[in-house]
Design a protein around this ligand. Structure first.
Ligand code: GRF
Length: 222
């Protein structure tokens, strides 16, 4: 049996997406990957508690008040290397990833976004702002995107998307929670697909699926 893919999760908040990975890989029965490290952008966030409860190593990025402050780049490159991390997952991580780290993890760093990119993405489009914008446009459909991270905000190669309907009576909270429930399903699926080699980034920068997540059969028999 091959070793589980060593995953680091970077988070800034509640960490419910982190939990979906812990539930499948660390606490559940899928041996293809394992969360080995959780890094928080600040101390005291719930994501770090979730990690500790699952017995996963945690650390916090350098803070402005640190005496011996290291740069994010120094911190990330040493802590990801020390834990032999093979895949970095940005799950609600709100701090900028230094470009050198993005380059070092080319094809091995993914992000989850609560809308169908390339719509409703880019700088400043995070959290409830995404859902506010979707509602303001009167969109009838939104969704979830998981993509590889490159140096352009929310513009890396798309790995998988899942649509979510917008209901007539939705407010931001109702829409956000419907989208989040889908995030919790899609993210572990994508990590499993990368861990098993079902999906990967080609040298031309395209996402290739060996075993597609879904086929066209539902459209062909109508
Ligand atoms: C999610 O909506 C994710 O898509 C976005 O930030 C939120 C994080 O939620 N990037 P959580 O911390 O995983 O609960």
């Amino acid at each position: 049996m091959t070793e589980p893919l060593a995953v680091a999760v970077l988070a800034s908040g509640s960490g419910s997406n982190l939990q979906s990975l812990l539930d499948r890989f660390n606490l559940g029965t899928d041996p293809s990957a394992r969360v080995e490290l959780v890094l928080g952008s600040r101390a005291g966030i719930f994501a770090l508690e979730r990690a500790r409860a699952a017995g996963v190593r945690t650390d916090v990025l350098p803070q402005p008040a640190d005496d011996q402050r290291r740069t994010d780049e120094e911190f990330l490159s040493s802590s990801l290397a020390e834990a032999d991390i093979q895949l970095v997952v940005l799950a609600g991580y709100l701090r900028l990833i230094p470009p050198a780290i993005v380059r070092a993890f080319h094809g091995r760093m993914i992000n989850i976004h609560p809308a169908l990119l390339p719509s409703f993405g880019g700088r400043g489009m995070y959290g409830r702002r995404v859902h506010e914008a979707v509602l303001a446009e009167g969109c009838r459909i939104t969704g979830v995107t998981v993509h590889f991270v490159n140096e352009e905000y929310d513009r890396g190669p798309i790995i998988a998307q899942w649509p979510v309907p917008v209901m007539e009576e939705d407010d931001v909270e109702a829409l956000a929670s419907r989208v989040l429930a889908v995030e919790h399903r899609l993210l572990p699926l994508v990590v499993h697909s990368l861990a098993t080699g079902a999906a990967s980034l080609s040298s031309e920068g395209r996402v290739e699926w060996r075993n597609p997540l879904y086929g066209t059969e539902v459209f062909e028999n109508g």
